[in-house]
Design a binder for this molecule. Sequence first.
Ligand SMILES: Nc1ncnc2c1ncn2[C@@H]1O[C@H](COP(=O)(O)OP(=O)(O)OP(=O)(O)O)[C@@H](O)[C@H]1O
Ligand SMILES: [Mg+2]
Length: 220
Amino acid sequence: MIQFSDVSKYFDNESALTDINLSVEKGELVYITGPSGAGKTTLLRLIYRAERPDAGSVVVGGMDVGKLKQGEIPSLRRNTGIVFQDFRLLTNKTVFENVALALRIHGIHPKEIKERVNEVFGDIGLKHKMHEFPQHLSGGEQQMVAIARAIVSKPTVLLADEPTGNLDPDTATIILKLFKEININGTTVVIATHHEALFKGTGRRVVYLKEGRIQKESIA
Ligand SMILES: Nc1ncnc2c1ncn2[C@@H]1O[C@H](COP(=O)(O)OP(=O)(O)OP(=O)(O)O)[C@@H](O)[C@H]1O
Ligand SMILES: [Mg+2]
């Protein structure tokens, strides 16, 4: 589903990623870990074409995403759910509308949108705050909404960047359960986190990044 071949990425002549070879199969759930600055976010950004590799190629669902034309990027993004490290909720829209937008771009009927958004807010336990604006929610609640927005469209690929950074352990457990569910239903999931507790004992594949290189891979 996702294939990195000899990928390197530089910022101001400094290497952020070096010679990355990584393959994520369709339907897999993989953790990317490593210390701050190791390149986790950059690796995810290459998958949804927020960055282009300086060397090598990133192929997603058969598309060489570094070579996509500007007009081809929206279709890649429509099939990709993204949980940003800094949430990026639209502050001029309620959290309900933030999540609904992810379905509107698929041209789904308003009635179905309402049902699905209601359901996902039920899943994350925030139905009572559905019509608030993001800035009136706590950091953890905003993170939950960002996750709801990423999963509501049942994307082909889900990329989650430090998705439990602001969550208490119980809430983090709920989120991991949602990721597991969406994965069982066929979505390929890549989770970047430096929280080892998140994947310890899950039996999932873990890729360790250090200073922009894959240091090792193991099963958690
Ligand atoms: N747009 C950019 N311009 C310049 N340097 C960048 C840019 N994006 C990332 N970098 C650099 O690339 C390296 C990897 O950054 P990245 O954000 O991918 O790390 P990370 O593993 O996600 O860290 P964290 O755990 O803190 O989120 C860092 O040295 C960072 O300073
Ligand atoms: Mg990061």
